[in-house]
Design a protein around this ligand. Sequence first.
Ligand SMILES: C[S@@+](CC[C@H](N)C(=O)[O-])C[C@H]1O[C@@H](n2cnc3c(N)ncnc32)[C@H](O)[C@@H]1O
Length: 283
Amino acid sequence: MPLARPFLKWAGGKTQLLQQLARFYPPKGSVGRYIEPFLGSGAVFFHFKAMVEPRRVLLWDNNRELIDSFKAVQDNVGQVIKLLSRYREQHSKDFFLAMREKRPKSPAAIAARLIYLNKTCFNGLYRVNSRGIFNVPFGKHRNPGLFNEACLRQAAAQLAGAKIEAADFRLLELEAKAGDFIYFDPPYHPRSKTSYFTAYTRELFGRAEQEKLAALYRVLDRKGCLLMLSNSDTPLIRELYGDFDIREVSARRMINSRADRRGAIRELLVLNRKLVEASRGPA
Ligand SMILES: C[S@@+](CC[C@H](N)C(=O)[O-])C[C@H]1O[C@@H](n2cnc3c(N)ncnc32)[C@H](O)[C@@H]1O
């Protein structure tokens, strides 16, 4: 069975880091609940689900459109595919611009619009303006690979039974229980003022949020959760997680508004002791 893959291209996507992350996954069948509070395209969720087979899954993101789209793929993938097939036939610059203005109400139409715009816009970059409106220009792809039906159906199968909610990561303090495995992939702390793109949603993720997240990480560590967190390699992140096990990973960053900034970048993976022990990861 092929592994389900993300059906969206998302800034900060983790597809190319999966092998490096998987070294620290707990053994197959040992995880009661997988939680991912910054879902994005769900690259890590899809991989972890296939490799470790957690019994339950909780997926959060504070981007409501993204969460509605995941729910539509979960509940009504046939309708999403039907709409996408229609959009593929109608694809043109004018159709793209008209879709960009639409605000559909039904979850399947929300999902099909997001997938369509994501695959046909410039650079596949999800970005909203100050009013929360998707404003990326047309991408001029000749034959955009809008969707792969088998991949979408596989994603729907992997999402079956998952709880998918629009929520802020801070609520996790109440939700998480001992033994949960939690993967955090927050918007990264910028390496410089201009280097990172953080406008996934209207609220920016600044230093105060990074500090709140680190405080939450500590609380969840004390609760007995198994924790893995990705972030940039910056003095602030090394300081905030100084008491934990910090590993370096290397990532090629594909989405960046400055073409000259694409390339291998060192990023950090923060693990807590409980996860290192469970994964029997290399010291
Ligand atoms: C780095 S991306 C995740 C990328 C993902 N791991 C992937 O492979 O595609 C960060 C995500 O965090 C979400 N986010 C930003 N602030 C948040 C908050 N306060 N609570 C929950 N999610 C948030 C954004 O909407 C975005 O989808």
